[in-house]
Design a protein around this ligand. Structure first.
Ligand SMILES: [Zn+2]
Length: 156
């Protein structure tokens, strides 16, 4: 697994969050890219960043960036000339292991484990484990959705 930078060590990079485009993307469910046009350190850039979407609990879709470098689904991209995910930007996982965002990620993955879903929020919402009560499942699912919202808000 690639080193993941903490949000604090990435604060020097311009960022592009999918949340910034939420309104624009909600106009159409066919959007599969966003055109960007900017200059960075005296050089101009103009290209499209591809999007992906996953179904979420309430029958809506959640959009993600596809990192232009590694095609990983992410909610935030960082500018290193072109925008890339935090795995690609090459920043090291520092000593600030327990940033707010990392804590949310850990909680989300702990919930995923209880729900028997494969690790990593990019895998989306899974199904109910066979032997779990519906009430337990619904409670965990609600908790999961709330954490995921919190995660998205922490990037904006
Ligand atoms: Zn990447």
């Amino acid at each position: 697994m690639a080193a993941i930078a903490t949000t604090s060590s990435l604060s020097n990079y311009p960022r592009l969050t999918i949340a910034q485009y939420r309104d624009q993307l909600s106009q159409t469910d066919k959007a599969n890219k966003v055109d960007v046009n900017y200059s960075y350190r005296g050089k101009s850039y103009r290209y499209s960043i591809r999007l992906d979407k996953t179904a979420c609990h309430f029958g809506n879709y959640r959009h993600w960036w596809l990192c232009p470098k590694c095609s990983k689904r992410v909610a935030v991209l960082y500018c290193a000339g072109i925008y890339v995910c935090r795995g690609c930007i090459g920043a090291c996982y520092g000593s600030q292991l327990q940033t707010k965002t990392d804590r949310i990620y850990s909680k989300l993955n702990a919930l995923r484990e209880r729900l028997e879903w494969s690790e990593g929020i990019i895998n989306g919402i899974g199904s109910k484990p066979r032997y779990m009560h519906h009430s337990t499942y619904n409670r965990l699912l609600t908790e999961y959705e709330q954490l995921e919202q919190k995660l998205i808000r922490s990037f904006t």
